[in-house]
Design a binder for this molecule. Structure first.
Ligand code: AMP
Length: 370
């Protein structure tokens, strides 16, 4: 069941700490991760399937990896575990790695990995996420258990949907019945009307300065580590973002068109400054709760994202959490309006590399890896 701390320590004891290599699957946020790793002085390794994947990196020499591992299938990474360890590789996980390997395989990957892999179990199911976020003090969209109870706009989400694919909006039971694929597992959520903000936080459990997260329950009274806000994005979603150009929802239905939520890109945003205290309160509660999820939980480590909607009452609704780097941080390779205040050119990718650098210097790698 996963990788234990003693196993991790065992692997790390054989690592040459002067030759650490940052390894990443060539997708998702890899340009940013590779670029950030290089800025912090690391060797880099790209992992890819297919020559086309590799070729385009030559257009970005600032991120082009020092070395490539070319595979026929990403699942072969499991067989290369010993090779990775011989090369002193630390893998930086992102959404595509977890998707390509499968979350169970990822948990078993016998290579040191940035962050806490245990937390992915909580991230990977909507019910567990909900329990975590509500306990952490976040307000979430209502869930409708019985489709007959739909009495206003709802969004129907399928369990394994990637990037919002296949989601649909329904106004009543008839709408729901017309569109739903009953053979798939789905959740019905209240459709929250408002503006979306995807808040990119970073939690550094090894720092004792800055905004300290206060522990609760089993860790009551303890400072758990430093919470940082690195950046904020809004996703471009096709076709819903441009839907209005064709008329009202009713006009569109007459043309047999339904809105879809497929992510195609990301834009930089900032939030009204008076909403920041609430944003930090939610993120602090979420981090504090991550230590309470199960006995001995190592809690959140590194980047995570709260996906939110702010209503016209200036209230947040959190509809999802990602407990790792999100692709929404890609607009900020050169820093963001938030991270620039503390240090220019600090992307999330670079912040991860900085964290690894500091842990190497303090001989403390096992506190940020799993
Ligand atoms: P998700 O897969 O949960 O990240 O959702 C994909 C997209 O669907 C989001 O980026 C939003 O545009 C939209 N969305 C998800 N949940 C809600 C909600 N409860 N209310 C309104 N829009 C939502």
């Amino acid at each position: 069941m996963g990788v234990g701390v003693s196993e991790l320590r065992n692997w790390l004891s054989a690592y040459d700490k002067t030759q650490i290599t940052i390894g990443v699957v060539a997708s998702h946020s890899s340009l940013q991760i590779l670029h950030g790793a290089r800025l912090e002085g690391f060797r880099t390794l790209g992992i890819a399937v297919g020559e086309n994947r590799r070729r385009y990196y030559s257009a970005f020499p600032g991120a082009d990896p020092d070395e490539w591992l070319m595979l026929d299938d990403y699942k072969q990474m499991l067989d290369y575990a010993e090779w990775f360890r011989e090369q002193n590789v630390i893998i930086i996980p992102h959404g595509s790695l977890v998707e390509y390997l499968g979350s169970d395989n990822f948990k078993e990957l016998q290579v040191p990995t940035f962050g806490n892999r245990g937390i992915l179990h909580w991230e990977s199911s909507r019910e567990r996420q909900r329990q975590w976020l509500l306990e952490g003090g976040c307000m979430m969209p209502k869930v409708i258990d019985d489709p007959h109870d739909i009495d206003g706009p709802v969004i129907v989400k399928y369990a394994g949907a990637k990037g919002g694919e296949g989601y649909f909006i329904a106004r009543d039971y008839r709408d729901f019945k017309r569109n739903v694929k009953l053979e798939e597992e789905f959740t019905i959520q209240e459709y929250v009307l408002g503006c979306r903000y995807y808040l990119h936080f970073f939690f550094d459990p090894t720092a004792s300065d800055g905004f300290q997260v206060r522990g609760k329950k089993s860790k009551e009274g303890q400072n758990l580590g430093r919470l940082e806000l690195l950046s904020m994005d809004r996703r471009d979603e096709s076709n819903v973002d441009e839907f209005y150009k064709l008329g009202s929802l009713r006009d569109l239905r007459e043309m047999s068109l339904e809105p879809s939520f497929v992510v195609t890109g990301n834009q930089s945003v900032v939030i009204r400054e008076s909403l920041l205290p609430k944003a930090f309160e939610m993120a602090e509660g979420t981090v504090a709760e991550s230590f309470e999820l199960e006995e001995g939980s190592r809690g959140m480590i590194g980047p995570f994202c709260l996906e939110t909607i702010v209503t016209d009452k200036l209230e947040f609704r959190v509809f999802e959490i990602s407990a790792r780097i999100v692709a929404g941080s890609n607009p900020f390779v050169g820093g963001s309006p938030y991270s620039d205040i503390n240090e220019p050119f600090m992307s999330t990718g670079r912040r991860i590399a900085r964290s690894i650098r500091k842990a190497i210097d303090n001989d403390d790698l096992d506190s940020i890896l799993s």
